[in-house]
Write a protein that binds this ligand. Sequence first.
Ligand code: ZN
Length: 85
Amino acid sequence: MAYKCPRCGKAVQRGYSGGAQATAGLVGALFYAAFGAFECKSCGKIARNEFPPEDRKKILLGSMLLVVSAIAVTIGLIALLVNMK
Ligand SMILES: [Zn+2]
């Protein structure tokens, strides 16, 4: 999902943290993507409240989808671990 930068109109992306990914794996990366800042290649980090209300709704929805995916991955991993015993 891509959003437009409120400052320059270019596409922004969700900020991914290598550190979060290393410590918490895929689930951590998903949560970070859901709640982390957005990044514009020209302007740097963009706060969520800089986006217009319409975009913020979409971002919130996208974040919820990411959280749901993170929970699904967690449940899947637990199921996998339980089945391995
Ligand atoms: Zn920008």
